[in-house]
Design a protein around this ligand. Structure first.
Ligand code: SF4
Length: 223
């Protein structure tokens, strides 16, 4: 079945962990900052919350040859094509699919859903609840993507993609992004990263390209 709508490519080989994407998400969506503390590493906040929808997640591991690997990856809702969270929702209008982009959108009606059931249904443990019971996560910035007040097409992309200076976050039509992801994967493998992969390639709209084995990243996968 052909998939329409939009998608992201997160190319971890180009990410420098500057976290501009994390800040841009907060700024565009007017999400309050978290009170954080120095936990001995670069990663903060330590978890998703109702006010933190995007995080750069860090991990240090040792390769089989004894060398150290320090990985980082931008994580958020994957906007699953057949979203388990929506399947779990008791009310059809509490979690909806945007007809233009395919974005999975949580509405006010999520207050009446079971938080435990929706969170458990998500293979990536993304949804979080606020103090009033509503559930929150990335909205693919549909209010930018569909926003005709933003005159330049280059501005009608999610805030995280707009601010990424290295090309680690790109956004566009699903067919173009999957083609770009496959082409980039072939390049990365040719560069010698024989374990490179695209996580959940056919199931999600947030395609994450990893150069190292998946276990070397601070991420869960659907498979
Ligand atoms: Fe729903 Fe989780 Fe998939 Fe996002 S990643 S669409 S919250 S199941």
């Amino acid at each position: 079945m052909a998939v329409n709508g939009k998608a992201f490519l997160i190319d971890t080989t180009k990410c420098t962990a500057c976290r501009a994407c994390q800040v841009a998400c907060k700024q565009w969506n007017e999400l309050a900052a978290e009170t954080t503390e120095n936990r001995g590493g670069y990663e903060n906040p330590p978890d998703f919350t109702a006010n933190t929808w995007l995080r750069v997640q860090f991990k240090e591991t040792e390769r089989s040859d004894g060398s150290l690997a320090w990985t980082f990856v931008r994580s958020s809702c994957r906007h699953c094509i057949d979203a388990p969270c929506k399947q779990e929702a008791a009310n059809s209008d509490s979690i909806t699919i945007d007809s233009d982009t395919g974005a999975v959108l949580f509405g006010e009606g999520t207050k009446d859903e079971s938080y435990a059931a929706i969170r458990t249904a998500c293979p990536f443990d993304i949804p979080r609840q606020d103090s009033e019971g509503q559930l929150f996560k990335c909205r693919m910035c549909v209010d930018r993507v569909d926003n005709e007040d933003l005159e330049a097409a280059a501005d009608r992309i999610p805030a995280c993609a707009k601010v990424c200076t290295t090309g680690a976050i790109t956004f566009g039509d699903y067919a173009d992004i999957t083609a770009a992801a496959d082409a980039r994967l072939a390049e990365v493998i040719a560069e010698g990263f024989t374990n490179a992969t695209i996580l959940d390639r056919n199931d999600v709209r947030l395609l994450i390209l990893l150069a190292e084995p998946a276990g070397m990243y601070s991420l869960t996968t659907r498979g």
